[in-house]
Ligand binder design. Structure first.
Ligand code: PMV
Length: 335
């Protein structure tokens, strides 16, 4: 029996400005196209992992044991680590905590699997490079591959069948953004009754199989990525914001056209889109984006973040507003 080892790691969520929506390989979780995101300092998951030769993997989120499909998904992912470490008997006891509401479409799987990739691999005795961590995080959740890096990040879909070239890369670190291009994001959490949203994983698959607009969505991604990268090089927030809105709306259009429809918007989502457009007409830098849930994230500048937050707070059914600057990649906080 080997001694147990405990590691804690913290990772930030990220919000895509050019969305990931669809896979080229479901088993290996390989994206069909690239994506581009901003890692957010204010949305954090901390995962504490104890590796030992106990009976089974255990996962606890906010003090509640995770069971069923989510635990099975974690165990299947943890098998990859056991295999890489040559330690088939190792089991992981995980305690995970988000410092933001765990709601669909709030990127909790991104920060969770990024923190897990760092903590679980290290607890198993592996020393992985950022690229290897990104590949590992991707197997848990496609967007988690991007949370292995801070600041502005691009996901490369890769070409290889084994997915070894499907990982994220940093475009601009958070400290450089803070210093020379202080962008920010305001997250408006939409409540107004619990809506059972389809998970992004299931929704993507359903959309790829049934939406007549899926092919058009996929065809739109390379152009949006090129435009976003060019905007970042020029530090042109208006151009980047416009791409972000187009990418989100094109993704949601493909989802809405799925049969049956995948509709994430709530009345407050539309009201928030209106509020952002109204802010922009008034001269404020503000651009919206939405993921697999009703919440709206607004890309803005650090200087205008408080004004954007004050405006979106007035929208009915907005239950929480989080302001965030760019965040760093994951960190080991203990162990
Ligand atoms: O990482 P997943 O499987 O939860 O998918 C994320 C999908 C979106 O959040 C809708 C888009 C994105 O690129 O993050």
């Amino acid at each position: 029996m080997t001694a147990s080892r405990t590691v804690s790691a913290r990772a930030h969520a990220n919000i895509a400005l050019v969305k990931y929506w669809g896979k080229r390989d479901a088993a290996l979780n390989l994206p069909a196209a690239g994506s581009l995101s901003l890692t957010l300092a204010s949305l954090t998951t901390t995962a504490t992992v104890e590796a030992s030769e106990q009976a089974a993997d255990q996962l606890e989120l906010h003090g509640h044991a995770v069971t069923g499909a989510a635990l099975a998904r974690f165990s299947a992912w943890a098998d990859l680590v056991r295999q890489a470490a040559g330690a088939p008997g190792l089991r992981f006891r995980v305690i995970s905590r988000n410092d933001f509401p765990t709601a669909s479409g709030l990127a909790s799987s991104a920060s969770a699997y990024a923190a897990l990739a760092v903590a679980v691999s290290r607890a198993a005795g592996l020393e992985l490079s950022p690229r290897e961590l990104s590949v590992l995080a991707r197997r848990g959740s496609g967007s988690a591959a991007r949370s292995i890096f801070g600041g502005l990040v691009v996901m490369l879909p890769g070409k290889r069948a084994d997915g070894s070239d499907s990982h994220a890369e940093q475009l601009m670190p958070a400290d450089e953004l803070e210093r020379s291009w202080p962008i920010a994001m305001v997250v408006a959490v939409v409540g107004g009754g619990r809506v059972k949203s389809l998970s992004s994983r299931a929704a993507m698959e359903h959309c790829a199989e049934t939406s007549p607009l899926y092919a058009g969505w996929l065809a739109s991604v390379p152009g949006d990525l090129a435009a976003a990268r060019a905007a970042i090089e020029r530090r042109d927030l208006h151009a980047l914001g416009e791409v972000a809105e187009q990418s989100a709306l094109t993704m949601h259009a493909a989802a809405l056209a799925a049969r049956p429809a995948v509709a994430y918007f709530r009345p407050a989502t539309i009201a928030l889109i209106d509020a952002v457009q109204e802010l922009r007409r008034g001269g404020t830098t503000a651009f919206f984006t939405m993921d697999a849930g009703p919440h709206v994230k607004v890309l803005t500048t650090r200087a205008e973040s408080a004004a954007v937050a004050a405006r979106v707070r007035q929208v009915a059914d907005v239950t929480q507003v989080i302001e965030s600057g760019p965040g760093d990649g994951p960190a080991v906080v203990a162990g």
